[in-house]
Each structure stands twice: as C-alpha cells, then as structure tokens.
Design a protein around this ligand. Structure first.
Ligand code: AMP
Ligand code: MG
Length: 348
C-alpha cells in the first residue's frame, strides 16, 4: 500500500487536503492523525471493517479497545448512555483536551471499538486539524496511538511514518505534539471515578472538579499473574525500546550518581537536562530540566525511540516524582522498563 502524505497547517485554507484526508476516513481507510497528546491511527469508528484494520496495521491484541474521538460534548449522547452530569462538567472544563472518559456505550458503537466491553472511551482532541477532519468526515474516529503495538507512541509525523509507512492509507502531518503523552483515562462508570491511565491532564486537575478520584493500582505497579486489568491496555508491555530499561527514582542528584557508577560499554541514559554532561561515553537522551515536567512529557517518547538507532545494550532512566504530569511521565518510563525500578528515595 502506498501511504499518502498531507501537511496541513491551516485547515481553513487547505480545504482540498482536508477533504482528501476526511474521505480516507469516510471510505473506510486508515489515517494517521495529529493530536495534542500523540499521533493516532484513526478509522471510521462506526465501520467495523475499518476498525479491524487498525488492529492489523498495529499488530494490536484484539482485546485492547480504542478511543472514540468526537468533535465535542454534543456527540456524547449519540454513543454513550447514562452519561453522568460529571462527564458534562469535565467536558466543559477540559475539552478539547487530553481527557478520555469511560462511559456506558450505546449499541451503535461496534464491538471492535470497545473490544466487546459495555463501556466506551471517548475524547475530544485539542488539535485544529484533526477536529476539522472529524467534522468534515462526519463520523466519530476510533483511534489508538499510531505506533506499532509495543513501541513508544509517535509524537511527530516522522515517528508515525517510521511505524506505519506502507501499512496505512494516509498520514496527516500537523506538527509535533504539544503534550507528548497520551490522554488521561478516567472511568466514570464506577461509584468513585477511577483513574485508569495517567496522562496529559494531571490527576490534581480532576480532583479539583470531582473531589475524590481513585487511582487504579496498575498505574504505579505491575499486574500480578492472572490479574484482570480494568483498562485492557494496561496488561501489555509498552513503549519499550529494544534494550532493557531500568528506571531509577528518587532525588535527581542521587539517581544521577547511581547511574554514573553503573555505566558500561554501551549504556544509554535518559536524564534531566542538568545532568546531560554527567555520562561521558554514553548515548544520552535528555528530556527537559528536573522541574519542567511538561517538557519531560513532550520529549519522553522521542527519547525512548532514539535508542533503537544505536547499539546500546542497557538503558538507565532518571524519573520525575508523581506530582502533576510527573505521574504520566513516570508511568511511561516504568512501563517501558517493565516495572524494573530502583528506588533511592528522597533526600540528599
Ligand atoms: P492507546 O491510547 O493507544 O493506549 O489506546 C487506547 C487506550 O484506551 C488503551 O489503553 C485502552 O485499554 C483504553 N481504553 C479504551 N476503551 C476503554 C474502555 N472501555 N475501558 C477501559 N479502557 C479503555
Ligand atoms: Mg498506545
């Protein structure tokens, strides 16, 4: 298959490109789409065959459901039932934006989208190009992240092409992703709303609106054998470069020292900018300064991807604390490490 490329910077004036991209979706094709979180692999969310093709192109396990992307809260009641007032309140506050809500689904949502669950994940992405494409297509767009299954999520069109060129009909380049980690997933079908995946919207922002939010255990710890995850995606190894990753948590000076003492011949290091010069002879990927978690979120997947073009045999990663976007960055690093974590604690 030949993949068609679109570079859309202004959906208002580039009507022709927009129409072509939307036609791919409407006609049942697969389209790489930019969002503020990561690039997605989209298909017409009402077309079972098209949705099934997403799983084939990614090599994604069939039991891992997709997110339905809609242009705004007015579409919620088309695909969801028993929508609680909290969902509208959250949509009002945080959409378009990096929040996916899990709600009861209506029967018109294909099983292929929800992996047979009676719930569906919905989100309104904050990207003018993709919003315009969805409106033009006139259908909800089912999409997971646009990487091959198990790989780090794509945060620019080049990553998307690395994984999907020749496998899908088109890729829309809408520039680099402004958030860089996937959406926060919140289950609103439980008595107390439950965070299933930390992401681009911090937990603290949800707590401000909702009061109590339960945090699923799988956010910070691996599932034990036979345990059933609440977000099916949680059980799969994720985001992983080819070389094994060890995450080192705790005070950044201590983690830098710990890593420095363990450098081998072909070691890769993910570090904060302040420590960039501390690992001579290593392949170093810096992800932003210690205090700038938004920058760390933007750069973490690119850093994880970069090692695959090198010959490193082991990777160490410094890791932010859990406040704000740190929870999402730490979660992605820990998942990339298969939860191989060394905790040095806080303090000097
Ligand atoms: P991705 O953004 O590539 O990780 O794909 C979508 C994510 O949403 C996966 O982790 C899914 O497990 C999760 N998801 C989608 N629908 C549901 C649902 N109904 N219940 C729980 N998790 C869901
Ligand atoms: Mg994904």
């Amino acid at each position: 298959m030949v993949t068609q490329y679109f570079r859309i910077t202004d959906p208002e004036t580039q009507r022709e490109e927009l129409a072509q991209a939307a036609a791919i979706l409407r006609e049942g094709g697969l389209l790489g789409i930019p969002t503020e979180t990561v690039y997605g692999l989209g298909a017409n969310g009402l077309n079972t065959d098209a949705v099934n093709r997403i799983f084939l192109a990614k090599g994604r396990p069939q039991d891992n459901p997709l997110i339905l992307h809609i242009p705004g809260p007015r579409w919620l009641s088309r695909y969801c039932r028993n929508v609680p007032p909290a969902a509208y309140e959250l949509a009002e506050r945080f959409w378009p934006g990096p929040l996916t809500m899990i709600l009861r689904r209506r029967a018109n949502v294909p099983n292929a989208v929800t992996a047979g669950l009676d719930t569906v994940g919905v989100r309104c992405p904050d990207h003018p190009v993709t919003l315009a494409i969805i409106r033009e297509a006139g259908v909800p767009v089912a999409a997971p992240s646009g990487n091959l299954s198990g790989r780090p999520s794509p945060t620019c069109a080049r990553h998307m092409a690395e994984d999907m060129d020749g496998r899908i009909d088109g890729i829309v380049d809408g520039g680099p992703c402004q958030v860089g980690v996937e959406s926060t997933i919140l289950d609103l079908t439980t008595p107390i709303p439950r965070l299933l995946r930390p992401g681009g919207l911090p937990l603290e922002a949800l707590e401000e609106v909702l009061g109590e939010v339960a945090v699923d255990k799988a956010v910070t710890a691996p599932l034990s054998a036979g345990e059933k995850p609440r977000a099916p995606g949680m059980k799969y190894r994720h985001y992983a470069p080819k070389a094994p990753v060890t995450v080192v948590t705790g005070d950044s000076r201590r983690t830098a020292r710990y890593i420095r003492e363990r450098l081998g011949e072909r070691t890769g290091v993910i570090c904060f900018d302040e420590y960039r010069e501390d690992f001579p002879g290593c392949v170093v990927e810096d992800i932003g300064s210690v205090a700038d978690k938004a920058e760390q979120a933007r750069r973490v997947f690119d850093a994880l991807r970069a090692f695959d073009d090198t010959d490193v045999t082991a990777i160490f990663a410094q890791c932010p604390g859990d406040g704000g976007l740190g929870l999402a960055v730490a979660n992605r690093l820990k998942k990339a490490a298969g939860f191989q974590i060394v905790d040095l604690g806080e303090g000097a």
